[in-house]
Design a protein around this ligand. Structure first.
Ligand code: 5GP
Length: 189
């Protein structure tokens, strides 16, 4: 998606050769017009799939997922990183390993909002090691729902998450794939 790539080039900041900071439009301050275009693009790519629900993980996935849900006309569900006291009854959980914090944590959604009749589109802001996506896939599997695919705003193609998901036979649609962040340069695939 050219608009997104231009934005990344203009506003993205590099932290070493591994981390891209996009706090000015995606991860802290959010650009609503860009989110609307991103929502349209994902909706276009998955419009044939009869999606019934968009699933993401708090917090940065929510803004993107909301625009996709709006375009597809379906509800948006986000997995919580901490089980809230208001979350009663049965939950579906998935495990996410955080490489930065070197710990494994559970993410969960209430079973009220996901079931075997659903056809789920997973949406997230970044794909790196793939752990967040794998945790969300675990939730979909536990709920017996069908997985239509995974939509990612920025995939870091030099990290193994995307390759692994595709090897599992999962459709992964990334709007920008970064091949390298070396030498203080952002190179797209
Ligand atoms: P994973 O390794 O599970 O695919 O990515 C986990 C999460 O880490 C992503 O959802 C995203 O929030 C964050 N993340 C991973 N790499 C980057 C990065 O280069 N920049 C930013 N801003 N977040 C990242």
């Amino acid at each position: 998606m050219e608009l997104l790539k231009t934005k990344i080039k203009e506003d993205g900041k590099l932290i070493g050769s591994n981390i891209l900071k996009v706090d000015s439009f995606l991860n802290h301050q959010i650009d609503p017009e860009l989110m609307a275009e991103i929502g349209k693009e994902f909706a276009r790519r998955f419009e044939q799939e009869d999606i019934t629900k968009v699933l993401t993980i708090e917090a940065s996935g929510i803004a993107v997922a909301l625009m996709v849900g709006l375009e597809l006309g379906v509800p948006v569900l986000f997995a919580k990183k901490k089980k809230a006291s208001t979350m009663d009854g049965k939950v579906y959980t998935g495990k996410v390993k955080s490489f930065t914090k070197n710990q494994v944590y559970d993410i969960s959604v209430s079973s009220k909002y996901l079931n075997e009749g659903d056809n789920v589109l997973i949406i997230d802001d970044f794909l790196a090691m793939g752990q967040a996506s794998q945790g969300l896939i675990e939730i979909v599997e536990n709920s017996q729902a069908k997985l239509a695919g995974v939509g990612i705003v920025i995939e870091k193609g030099f990290q193994p998450g995307g390759k692994q998901l595709r090897k599992q036979g999962i459709r992964v649609e990334s709007l920008a794939i970064i091949e390298s962040l070396e030498d203080n340069q952002i190179i797209f695939s």
